[in-house]
Write a new protein. Structure first.
Length: 531
């Protein structure tokens, strides 16, 4: 047990907290949400989210509150922006471990604590400045209280309060989808189990009151201060997003099935053990009363619900992962106890999974052109070889029926890769993935003794991810430059944008080239255009 605890602590630190600021805020979402949180912390307006001074109602307020508090405590930095998601992932892990201990025993609970920080979903969303993991973690806590409500003979008042509080928090994280997912999952369980009376326990007046008390005040205050809030948030960003492809996130109906498999890597092979156990339970009878059906309905309903949606993004089904990881932890625990040929095969499958992933990564790297940032990464082939060796070790441990050792090695492998990426890989890719380096380059130039640089600063044909990122790191909005504006300007644009400026007869003089996606350029009229 001491060895297990030591590995659990190391894996948890690596998965949740290690170098959260190793790379700058990426994509359009991270810098945008962090900007809103920073504005909330600075202005003291904790009700209306604002982006560049304009109300922004795409998401509710929980992430902004959490990040604003984090900024106030730790300063305005990338670590503070991402810390709320890391803590929410830890909350979700504790919630499912608590549920696993109640229904599957202490060892299953410890394994659940091991699986969560070493899963891809935590690496992606538990280390991102977005509301996704706050939604996932709070909903997981609510559903863990819910399983106690429906299965205990005498439900505890604290479980009712906990269900209502965490469901309200989830509603503050992403909106009414929390109530739909929780209610739909429990209703689906009631359909299978025919336990309608027990299912209605989650709608106890105390739970409903606590939920409304948690989420209601902010919704009421925001709607009172902003007359367009309900129409923008509920109609556009919830109903229209679900019912129409208004935001162009169109994917096939089966899109979330491979995404779910991806999110539980590197534990996907344990699905075979889970399916085998489910088949055995069904043959033995009485499986409908098994709490595993509750957790399965939680995952299934979430996937089906968002599969119906006209808008599909990979993060939508993050709430489906905690119950699946719980079931995988229980299946892994049963593998340890049985230690039969089937368990040996599944444990070997964990190692084979790593070898398959390395093969895919090696093939992708081999196809990259010499100019690609990925092709110049130092020691990348060395790390692929080390990871492949770890996969072979895991497979050997499984073949010798050292199941526990294989599980621990599997978790340590992804933790080691994450630490290595944070130290060696991500800092070198930062300028190609985040606007942080470009913003630092501009600030260094703007603070130099050279006063010849024009004061006007804007953006031209810049991808919105880079635009939001630059606005966050420069702490100022970047207005879109118009080619007929006249005069001299300092612009952030892309390589293609600079070419377009030159084609318009203007001089585009690159000042700083951080990547093809973002150049800092000086634009001046040419002699011909001046005449």
């Amino acid at each position: 047990m001491p060895i297990f605890l030591a590995i659990l602590i190391l894996v948890s630190y690596a998965g949740y907290f290690s170098r959260l600021g190793a790379i700058g805020l990426t994509g359009p979402d991270e810098p945008r949400y962090a900007s809103i949180a920073r504005a909330m912390e600075r202005t003291g307006d904790w009700v209306t989210p604002r982006l560049n001074g304009t109300p922004w109602f795409e998401k509710p307020v929980l992430y902004y509150w959490a990040a604003a508090v984090s900024f106030r405590v730790f300063g305005e930095n990338d670590f503070a922006a991402r810390l709320p998601s890391a803590l929410a992932a830890l909350l979700g892990a504790i919630a499912i471990a608590w549920a696993a201990r109640r229904f599957y025993g202490e060892s299953a609970a410890w394994l659940a604590l091991l699986l969560v920080p070493s899963s891809v979903v935590t690496v992606v969303f538990g280390r991102a400045a977005t509301p996704d993991m706050l939604f996932t973690g709070t909903l997981a806590a609510a559903m863990a209280c819910g399983v106690a409500l429906v299965f205990d003979e005498k439900p505890n008042i604290w479980h009712r309060i906990g269900f209502g509080f965490f469901l309200g928090a989830a509603t503050l994280a992403k909106g009414p989808a929390a109530i739909v997912l929780a209610g739909g999952s429990v209703a689906l369980w009631a359909v299978f189990s025919r336990q309608w009376i027990r299912a209605l326990r989650v709608a106890h007046p105390l739970a409903v009151f606590v939920c409304l008390l948690t989420a209601g005040p902010w919704y009421a205050l925001c709607a009172r201060r902003n007359p367009d809030f309900l129409a923008t948030f509920l109609l556009l960003h919830n109903f229209e997003r679900f019912l129409t492809p208004v935001f162009h996130h169109i994917q096939p109906w089966w899109f979330f099935i491979p995404i779910l498999v991806l999110w539980i890597l590197p534990w996907t092979a344990v699905l075979f053990a889970l399916v085998r156990d489910a088949a055995s339970a069904r043959q033995s009878g009485g499986w409908l009363s098994n709490p595993a059906v509750y957790f399965a309905c939680w995952t299934i309903f979430t996937v089906v619900f968002f599969s119906i949606s006209k808008s599909k993004l990979p993060g939508y089904i993050a709430p489906a992962v905690p119950p699946l990881l719980l079931l995988l932890a229980a299946a892994a625990d049963r593998m340890r106890c049985r230690n039969d040929d089937s368990s040996r095969g599944v444990a070997m499958g964990l190692g084979v999974t790593w070898l398959a992933l390395i093969g895919v990564a090696a093939g992708w790297l081999h196809r990259q052109p010499i100019t690609s940032p990925a092709s110049g990464l130092p020691h990348i082939w060395y790390w692929l070889a080390v990871t492949a060796a770890a996969g072979i070790v895991i497979a050997i441990l499984g073949s010798t029926r050292r199941i526990t050792a294989a599980l621990l090695m599997n978790a340590m492998t992804i933790a080691a890769l994450l630490v290595a990426a944070n130290l060696l890989l991500l800092p070198r890719l930062d300028s190609n993935l985040s606007a942080r380096a470009a913003a630092k380059a501009f600030l260094a130039i703007n603070q130099s003794p050279d006063k010849s640089l024009p004061a006007a600063l804007g953006a031209y044909r810049l991808d919105r991810a880079w635009q939001y990122g630059l606005e966050y790191y420069l702490d100022r909005p970047l207005l879109e430059w118009k080619p007929d504006a006249g005069g001299a300007f300092l612009l952030f644009t892309s390589q293609a944008g600079c070419g377009d400026i030159q084609n318009r007869g203007l001089i585009c003089d690159p000042v700083q080239k951080n990547s093809k996606a973002v150049w800092l350029v000086r634009v001046t009229p040419s002699a011909a255009s001046a005449r």
